[in-house]
Write a new protein. Structure first.
Length: 137
């Protein structure tokens, strides 16, 4: 299993909307950055992803699970980009803010800190555990 972080603007798609989507989940589409799209292509069924509210909030708020691997993104008219299907797993007991992530020495190498504009990034297992602990899971 691999771990990831996926960003969404909560006024566009929030963790609560993801939860309401139920067990069928939703397509994580609209990714138009090649590096982020390559990360989507590397995802496997069962991988876990932090759900990050970007722009508004700037915090990790929950976890989603990949239930379908990369397929053609129907929102891409040129059919060059992919999407994955994810379902809600759980909310964090306490959101983990970007500010607190930046203050944590062990998390300084995260793409979230170093490449802040990238919408889909990998998370190493050690950092995943630290972030889960910060989120009171």
């Amino acid at each position: 299993m691999k771990y990831w972080l996926m960003k969404s603007e909560p006024n566009v798609w929030s963790i609560d909307q993801q939860k309401k989507a139920g067990s069928k989940g939703t397509a994580w589409d609209g990714v138009r950055n090649y590096q982020a799209a390559n990360n989507l292509k590397q995802m496997s069924r069962g991988d876990l992803c932090f759900f990050y509210h970007s722009n508004i909030g700037k915090e990790i708020v929950g976890i989603v699970e990949v239930i379908k691997t990369a397929f053609v993104d129907v929102t891409d008219p040129d059919k060059r980009f992919v999407a994955v299907q994810v379902k809600f797993k759980q909310k964090l007991n306490q959101p983990v803010t970007l500010e607190n992530i930046k203050k944590t020495k062990e998390l300084q190498d995260l793409s979230l800190v170093k490449q802040s504009r990238l919408s889909v990034t990998s998370i190493d297992p050690k950092s995943w555990k630290i972030l889960c602990k910060m989120g009171k899971l």
